[in-house]
Design a protein around this ligand. Sequence first.
Ligand SMILES: Cc1ncc(COP(=O)(O)O)c(C=O)c1O
Length: 424
Amino acid sequence: MYTGFEENAGSFADYQEHQQINSNSKVMKHASRVNRTISQGSAGWAVHARANDMMASGEDVILLTIGDPDFETPAPIVETAVSSLLSGRTHYTPLLGEKKLRQAIADYQGRLYGDSALTADNVIVVIGAQCGLYVSAMCTLEQGDEVIVLDPTYSTYAYVLGASGAKSVFVPLRPERNFQVDPKDVAAAITDRTRAIFLNTPHNPTGAVVHREEMESLAALCLEHDLWMITDEVYGALTYEQAHICAASLPNMADRTLTISSLSKSHAMPGFRLGWVTGPAETINLMGNLCAGMLFGVSPFVQDAALEALTGSLGEIEKMRIAYRARRDLVHECLQDTPGISCQLPEGGLYMMIDIRETGIDAMSFADQLLDMEKVALLPGEAFGPGGKGHLRLSLVEPAEILAEACRRISRFAARAHQQSVAG
Ligand SMILES: Cc1ncc(COP(=O)(O)O)c(C=O)c1O
């Protein structure tokens, strides 16, 4: 079944099959919007689908393609959801979210990122960060607007921005800057049609974290050119050295910044589909209009579980962050002496980019052959746009011993490829 891309990815082949079925039946006219939402990088996801097929037929594949945390959702959160259901919390909820949860989100963001001027009025609760991205784009962007997007970029932005009608203007993240955004590149991409900067920090797929100095420069550009800053901070709680800088906390930015986040990654709760957007109260109310036509509120038992996640004292959350950091260090250590590949330490998030340019193989072929010969599934960087070329994304969502074994297999394959490339 075709289910879309990224962390709940269905296969590209499924997608094509779905198109085929449609083309054999009577084709009704669809809105042009749906054709604008096809991701350019979708071919890169074929390896993920193939790995799943191999696993389904019993092969021992190490799947490091997607970013679904391997940790269980902490028990108190699950227990809260269950007891909430049993106590009859199965009815409609307020459109913008329950007041107590909205306040808890405002407090959490204030505590974590110094975004302390937030109140419940600045928060809307939605179905995961994904829905937050969609609502934010729909609320701020029009057909013909330009929006600055990083390349490589998280795959679903193509759907979100395509649906809005805005044109994505890509700004490269360069491997030689450890994929740090360069505000000079952003400045050069701004035109009189630019409406927003669409930022993601910590960044998927590269793990780059926007530092204070760069964030201040980007904020200055927003103020100078009267732009929205739309920041996807779904990995904001997962930084390893640098503090996470929330654009909204910088001077004069709160009025023009929409911050999108969720509990999917930080609290290992992707299946709860609980996310939010914070921003100016007036914008949040307008988003409520969009959500009235789309969500009509978020399940009460999920909101109760989210309240527990944000207000309970759950030691597991910090332990997960520490485990991801240790896994990142382990992969870096295991791969660093392998001929032909290199990787830099990402400063946040759940992924590492492995630079394979010196092996002489392109990333798509590397990913395919690695899967066939060593049974390790990584995503070619092109799945995230042309800026991912020459790289593979590895997800840190398996325990250390499995990651160590994956690294042994990757090293074996890369060393062989490098030797052949040098000899040939
Ligand atoms: C950068 C980024 N934004 C948003 C999302 C979607 O998160 P959620 O599960 O909260 O919808 C993901 C999921 O992988 C992501 O990587």
